[in-house]
Design a protein around this ligand. Sequence first.
Ligand SMILES: NC(=O)c1ccc[n+]([C@@H]2O[C@H](COP(=O)([O-])OP(=O)(O)OC[C@H]3O[C@@H](n4cnc5c(N)ncnc54)[C@H](O)[C@@H]3O)[C@@H](O)[C@H]2O)c1
Length: 326
Amino acid sequence: MIDFTDRVAVVTGAGRGLGRLYALDLARRGAAVVVNDLGGSMRGDGADSAVADEVVDEITKAGGTAIASYDSVDSPAGGQAIVESAVRAFGRLDAVISNAGIFGSVPFEDLSPEDWTRMLRVHLDGGFYLSQPAYRVMRNNGGGRFVFISSSAGIFGQPMEAHYAAAKAGLVGLTNVIAIEGEPHGIFANSVMPTGFSRIVNETVGDEKFLAESGFMGAIRPELVVPLVTFLASSACTFTHRNYSASAGRYARVFVGLTEGWLADADTEPTAEDIEAHLEQMSCTDRFFVPTSIVDEVLEVCERRGIDAMPANAEIRFPESQTDRS
Ligand SMILES: NC(=O)c1ccc[n+]([C@@H]2O[C@H](COP(=O)([O-])OP(=O)(O)OC[C@H]3O[C@@H](n4cnc5c(N)ncnc54)[C@H](O)[C@@H]3O)[C@@H](O)[C@H]2O)c1
């Protein structure tokens, strides 16, 4: 059994929907869980502390350990407070499921700057505000696991969701870099594109007949997302820097690949007409690789060009972290 005894987990947006199920499963497996939820509406209005309290009650009545946190992830102080509540109550932090989210559908032409900002603040800024203090604690602990809840809307696109998709795609970028910088410290970061029936689906689809009769709606039981998220949040997960989709019991890796493309002759200046002429070769996905960082792309191009990535004896120096880890 994948066990979380003596492990401490933060789940944001854990008062409802999929987040609640992640929190229940981690607690059932022995984790001490910070159940964070602001308790607002689907669009992000209002707040209600009872939403997190109810899940804490559910966990403690079942013999588990949990505390509530009502802070919003959408400010640096909120993210810090969520992490501090875990450390204050349980002394450490091993897993963070960054799941809190809001939703709303607006045609791109009508999307206001306020809609845009609110969406990015909760999902993308919230992911940062939560994960940075958590990262520092994990680094002191000797490691940890991040699971960022992204969305297929961000990776593949979804009409009426420019703001939501941009925020969710941004979380994959955040996952990538935390994974790269965190790996030497035992901190792994992966992301999940879930599909699960919740108020987001219910309120967005609206049509009761469709909701009742669609086979897909019946198949996307939110419980089916839980095993993937639990696994990625556990120490049994020994990889980092990956994205997985979970939908109706189908679990699949999602990746960004670089195709072999077209290598223009080094002695020529390619023109727009050359691009047009080579589009098929550039776009063909038969041969590709999945870079693990920007360095892999640089090395691949250098190898094919027969050039060096770095002058001999050169060294790239990255800034040292100034964070006090005493
Ligand atoms: N349900 C799906 O099919 C689906 C698909 C793709 C992605 N997601 C993502 O999964 C996550 C959970 O979605 P859900 O369907 O369970 O939705 P939900 O609305 O049922 O739950 C989201 C929870 O997040 C909380 N929350 C919102 N803003 C917050 C904030 N600023 N601080 C703290 N808590 C906040 C809400 O109060 C709510 O309880 C979201 O990030 C969502 O975007 C869901």
